[in-house]
Design a protein around this ligand. Sequence first.
Ligand SMILES: [Zn+2]
Length: 238
Amino acid sequence: VLDDAEVERALVVVAHPDDVDFGLAGTVAQWTAAGIAVTYCVITDGAAGGFDPSLPRERIAEVRKAEQQAAAAEVGVSDVRFLDYLDGQLTVTYELRADLSRVIRSVRPRRLACQSPHRTFDRIGINHPDHIAAGEAALQAVYPDARNPFAHPQLLADGLEPWVVEEVWVSASERPNHWVDVTDTFAAKLAAIKRHASQLPDPGRVEGWLRPRLAAQAHAAGLGEDRLAEAFHVMPTS
Ligand SMILES: [Zn+2]
């Protein structure tokens, strides 16, 4: 695992507005505190989310993007890019690989975090098909597309040179190999999650179910009783 001090830029690729905050905002807060410039790439517009019928459906995407921007600010991130794919319909396509390769080549991150491309049998919610597609497409963009000068030739024509992401952090992996103690950034993570008001019918209950999950991950990592952790499978790619 690269030391944070060696990483100038990191890119987080997720399917929906709010995924990064539930998944790894405690870790992102540490990265930005360490001086890493973090960019979010949110693939879908989030328009299939929400719970409140009084919020007109045609406004959901705009509301969710604003929520994601505000959530990003809670953990020190200002560069949020939306690819505006349709929420709920994401599949791994050549076009999506090209779009993600474009973002990778323009951001030029040493470290990239994404969702798991694997279905797990722990919890159904983690297996949203958009998450699986987003994770798979992100990994295909890391290797081989973004580094291959002959993949997506339009990128090179647009002046975007090949780029090798050196390290991938897969969130919500069923076999994590790296844990980040997020006890000190838990408050910032919680604040970021609560920015997604359109997704939270009862924001007061978030901490109650989130804390035990992060505590269980800390326990699995052998951290202390009172610690909280986010878990990843970290993979070098070069
Ligand atoms: Zn999601």
